[in-house]
Write a protein of this length. Structure first.
Lengths: 844, 238
């Protein structure tokens, strides 16, 4: 280690221009070896992936090749044409782009570089965007959606002709989503426009760096080359070990639930002992609850703020500013603050609830103390007993440096459809050339020509077997064989619908004075709330939002009207987003901990006691085994299984198991799933049935359930409809909904659900349904996770027949009644309502 | 007036009740049948809505006409009506009948054969559909019933109309259920839209203001196999 700085200094002189060396010297710093290495290799023409922990000077490293090159470029003389963009920086978050502008602007100014830096995001005013087209900055900081728009403009070739570098920040988080697919296609386009283009990816530690290295460069290798092309790799070893502890509470740790209310006094004490504390939770509802509880305990009136994605942008910016100025003592936040944003002097990170994925934990811990050589300090607050196990496992994983980003999936076809239309909006394209270009993007490297042609067909006329829409084609093949947009309106529609983030329908939350009801007008907008939540409210209900208690007055057009609320019965909105499954790695760690009683010493006493009790009353499964308990309770019979594969996979499993139990006549009544386990209840004694082999547990859990049963259930599932809507919007089949347009009349729009029903019964193999099924299997259903589990436990299912509920079963049993499984039971609800009417009218 | 509530498979079992001297059955598939008159009413088919939107660049699947006709075929096969009244907006636009694929046209003509068929003019299709049999009328009075597309502003007892695409929403145990519905207050009835791509508008929306007597308004919500009669007090906007 001691060699490295000296080596760096020697090399630095070789590659770093004088003003940079002077700047480093004035700061009393010396360039880090990875910064110099990256610069040298970039100058040699390589594309590169830099993997480094937070605080390693990653951002500066990423920009050094651009800055040094720009420093040596002759100034533009008056009258000379404006030069195009030199460097494009792309980040997943708008806020990150804004932050980089500030952080990069400082050294640029201090070194005295003639470099202009600007952001371009969805928030950038249109006059500024127009000006950027005429007078482009040297460095443009932007998002994947904006890149897609720039590419789809007719002046794209000219705009990008001077482009040298693309810097991709937080690459590990960009690549795992559909946004990553869109970005990969955008990069492929840029490579065609500017053949010598170099990319620089910045990433936190990942399990499979080679996946990212391929992602950064074109995947059309020249003939005769061996293996896929990859970017060069520079890895910086982890910084100081973070100082992480799990709260060992004096209080009773609850069996279930997610509020962590029990720990509020201890959390508050921790806040008081530190300069600035960042409190992370997994969902927006948890954020609301925690914020409320902290203020209840806040006797010293410490400045404690709330930050989550549903709040109004203005309010979020105020919180971020106050944070940067160190004017806050604590911020309760969700993933909106999750990525590498570097604000203020955070000296403690508190993570409430289970961290779910070890890499996510590492990322969040990185917030504290943004200097690599000082240890970050963090406290984990498990909200229930299983979370204690999970936190412990996550903690061990962090020390081991284990990382578990999900495996990259093949490029989505709805995203490709959007891109194809975008390319046509920019300039007419040749299908053969575009196919080659698209295959250069790593997620689409394996794309079949036949699939690509179906996508082009879909973009042109909808791709239906019934060829009805030829005359309405959006793109048409010209005599020269190029695909061209058929009407300027198509490009206009494309621009409005670009992007891959399809929000759930949302309503603005508008505040009015109390007592005005729906007639109240003109109050401020507090943020957004999901429509389906607002729909369950009755006027007069009180709910929590943005840290305030609000009274629901009603829905007016696209607004949810609220006034000041109060009262004891307060509802917390649930948000569909933000539910992370337990990572595979972490689940395995938790199972390992359960199986190994010698590791229980590291657990709080009450949790260790709980496990000991389980061992006594029932059994603890071996690491690779699946425990299934059966027991009677009330007049029902229960089966509880402990796969630890996350709620999504468990829900799918529950759905499939109940279908099978139904078929064998066990008369199942319902099920409930948590992240850790699954409970099914029935009228018949399932334990006795399993014992008698009617069916045996191995038959019940056989992998063949993923065949016809899954298919049959899937087709009617609300989850598939929701997924279809997303795919249809991304693919440009239906338009995004915009504020004010939400309830714009029954004749204008066709709902995605209706389209889904019609398409499924008339053309079940349509490319969009294909894309929908692929998505649903990977996302909402987590089928691959379930499949892995089923194959892992084959022959390893352990059945324990009990007289009564086991200690381990308590948490999931407490969930019964709290959360029902969506879908299916709607008719029952209607029946209840109709019966109420009959009753009231005296018919019975 | 009151209506009987049919189960699809058990039409004979439903108790028919009189409306202005005529008995009617609300079918959960969204049609209204008068057994004595052997008269079937269906509203807002919006045939060729898919191709109508495609003309403006939204290439949604062109199967809506086929899907709608298939459902209509099933209903007609069950009731074997002597008279069919299509209550307006039968086509999504004036050119719809012309654009219709020949196979769909043949299917429709097959359904029309051997019965009296009335096309009530709607706002989307004010003129007679091109090259199709049947009689196009502005409105139609049969006994004490009056069939027209848009509900009249002035109350007319026994009026059966469409146009508004009513749906209703209830919230039960914290969950919301929204369904298309027949809306009636004992005096008039507004029918649900039948077309595969037709959306719906909540009966509590402003558009219905003044049409119903609030206190007797009932929503007959369409279930999978039966109708659910829900009174005004249980309904939610939105």
């Amino acid at each position: 280690m001691t060699e490295q700085p000296r080596l760096a200094e020697q090399n630095a002189a070789v590659v770093l221009p004088e003003p940079f060396l002077k700047w480093f010297a004035e700061k009393g710093w010396s360039p880090r070896s990875h910064q110099i290495e990256l610069l040298a290799r970039a100058q040699a023409g390589q594309s590169l992936l830099l993997i480094a922990p937070t605080g390693a000077g990653k951002t500066l490293a990423g920009f050094l090749p651009s800055l040094t090159e720009l420093a040596g470029r002759p100034r533009r003389r008056p009258g000379q044409a404006h030069r195009g963009i030199h460097t494009l920086y792309i980040s997943p978050l708008k806020a990150l782009a804004v932050d980089i502008e500030r952080n990069l602007g400082k050294p640029v100014q201090e070194i005295g570089l003639p470099v202009t830096i600007e952001t371009r995001t969805g928030d950038t005013p249109s006059h500024k965007r127009q000006r950027q087209k005429l007078v482009p900055p040297d460095i443009l900081l932007t998002t994947p959606e904006q890149l897609a728009l720039l590419i789809a403009a007719s002046d794209a070739r000219r705009f990008f002709e001077d482009l040298r570098y693309v810097v991709l920040d937080e690459l590990h988080s960009l690549v795992i989503s559909k946004r990553g697919h869109l970005l990969a296609l955008g990069l492929a386009r840029l490579r065609s426009l500017v053949p010598g283009l170099q990319t620089i990816g910045l990433s936190a530690t990942v399990a499979e760096p080679d996946e990212l290295r391929r992602w950064l460069v074109g995947q059309n290798p020249p003939k005769g080359s061996k293996g896929p092309a990859m970017a060069g790799l520079i890895t910086v070893a982890g910084g100081a070990k973070p100082d992480i502890s799990i709260l060992d509470s004096e209080q009773h740790v609850p069996w279930s639930g997610h509020s962590a209310r029990y720990a509020i006094p201890e959390i508050y004490e921790a806040i008081k002992r530190h300069r600035m504390t960042l409190l992370f939770v997994n969902t927006r509802s948890q954020a609301e609850l925690l914020f409320q509880e902290l203020w209840r305990a806040n006797e010293d009136s410490l400045p404690i703020a709330l930050h989550h994605g549903s709040l109004d942008v203005g309010q979020r910016r105020r919180v971020e500013k106050a944070m940067g100025e160190n004017a806050l003592r604590a911020i309760v936040a969700t993933s909106t603050l999750d990525l590498g944003i570097d604000w203020g002097d955070v000296d403690l990170v508190v993570h409430v609830g289970a961290p779910k994925g070890a890499s996510r934990l590492a990322q969040r811990i990185g917030r504290a103390n943004h200097r690599m050589d000082e240890p970050s300090k963090a406290i984990l607050i498990p909200a229930n007993r299983f979370e204690v196990l999970e936190c412990r496992a996550a903690l061990d994983a962090n020390y081991l440096g284990a990382q578990d980003t999900p495996p990259l999936i093949d490029g989505a076809l709805d995203v490709l459809s959007q891109h194809v239309l975008g390319v046509a909006c920019g300039a007419p394209f040749d299908a053969d050339l575009l196919f080659e270009e698209v295959r250069g993007a790593a997620p689409y490297a394996g794309l079949a020509r036949e699939t690509f042609d179906r996508v082009v067909d879909f973009v042109a006329t909808g791709g239906y077997a019934l060829k009805n829409y030829e005359r309405y084609a959006r793109i048409r093949k010209t005599k020269e064989g190029l695909w061209r947009v058929s009407h300027p309106r198509v490009a206009q529609q494309y621009r409005l619908n670009v992007g891959t983030i399809v929000e759930m329908p949302e309503l603005n939350v508008r505040y009015v004075r109390q007592g005005r009801g729906l007639a109240g007008r003109g109050g401020p907008v507090l943020g957004k709330i999901e429509e389906y939540f607002a729909e369950t409210l009755r006027p007069g209900d009180n709910f929590m939002f943005g840290g305030k208690i609000l009274r629901f007055e009603g829905i007016r057009e696209n607004e949810c009207i609220v006034s000041n609320g109060a009262g004891a019965r307060i509802i917390v909105p649930s948000y569909a987003g933000g539910k992370f499954p337990l990572s595979t790695y972490l689940a395995d760690q938790v199972r390992g901990m359960l199986a190994d009683s010698s590791r229980w010493q590291a657990l709080p006493e009450q949790v260790a006691d709980w496990l000991r009790l389980q061992k006594e009353k029932s059994v603890l499964p071996k690491r690779g085994d699946l425990l299934v308990e059966t027991f009677p309770r009330g007049n029902r019979h229960y089966m509880v299984a402990y796969p630890f594969e996350g709620r999504l996979a468990h829900q799918t499993l529950g759905m499939l198991l109940t279908r099978r139990l139904e078929r064998v006549g066990a008369r199942p009544l319902g099920f409930v799933a948590t992240d850790y386990s699954l409970a099914v209840w029935a009228l018949d004694d399932m334990g006795a049935l399993f014992k008698a082999g009617k069916p045996s547990l191995s038959e019940l859990f056989d992998e063949d359930m993923l065949g016809d049963d899954l298919e049959a259930w899937l087709n009617d599932s609300w989850m598939l409809k929701r997924t279809f809507r997303t795919c249809a919007v991304i693919a440009g089949l239906i338009e995004k909904r915009f504020p004010g347009q939400e309830k714009s009349g029954r004749q204008v729009t066709v709902s995605a659900d209706l389209i889904y029903d019609v398409l499924r019964s008339h053309e079940p193999d349509h490319i969009l349904l294909q894309a929908t099924r692929t998505d649903a299997s990977a996302g909402l259903l987590d089928v691959s996770r379930l499949a892995e589990m089923l194959s892992r436990v084959r022959g390893r299912i352990m059945h324990k027949q009990l007289e009564q509920i086991s200690p381990l079963a308590v948490p999931v049993m407490l969930e019964i009644g709290k959360e029902s499984v969506n879908g299916g039971a709607n008719e029952t609800l209607l029946m209840e309502a109709a019966d109420l009417v009959e009753e009231a009218m005296g018919h019975r | 007036m009151s209506f009987s509530l049919a189960r699809t498979s058990l039409i004979a079992e439903a108790d028919p009740v009189g409306i202005a001297g005529e008995r009617a059955v609300c079918d959960p598939r969204g049609v209204l049948y008068f057994p004595e008159l052997r008269l079937l009413t269906v509203s807002d088919l919006h045939l060729e809505k898919g191709s109508s939107l495609a003309r403006r660049g939204a290439l949604i699947p062109p199967y809506d006409t086929g899907a709608t006709l298939l459902r209509l075929q099933a209903v007609i096969a069950d009731y074997q009506p002597a008279i069919v009244i299509s209550l307006g907006d039968s086509f999504h636009d004036g050119g719809g009948a012309e654009r219709m694929h020949s196979s769909f046209r043949e299917r429709l003509e097959g359904l029309m054969a051997g019965r009296d068929w009335f096309w009530v003019a709607g706002n989307h299709d004010p003129d007679a559909p091109a090259d199709l049999p049947g009689e196009t009328v502005r409105e139609l009075a049969i006994g004490s019933l009056l069939f027209r597309h848009e509900p009249s502003k002035v109350r007319v007892e026994g009026e059966i109309s469409g146009h508004l695409h009513p749906c209703a929403r209830i919230v039960q145990r914290g969950r919301s259920v929204r369904r298309r519905c027949f809306a009636g207050d004992g005096g008039r009835m507004i029918m649900p839209a039948f077309g595969a791509y037709t959306g719906s508008l909540n009966v509590l929306d402003r558009a219905y203001a003044g049409l119903f007597r609030r206190e007797t308004l009932m929503a007959y919500m369409l279930g999978t196999h039966r109708i659910f009669a829900i009174s005004h007090s249980m309904l939610r906007p939105g």
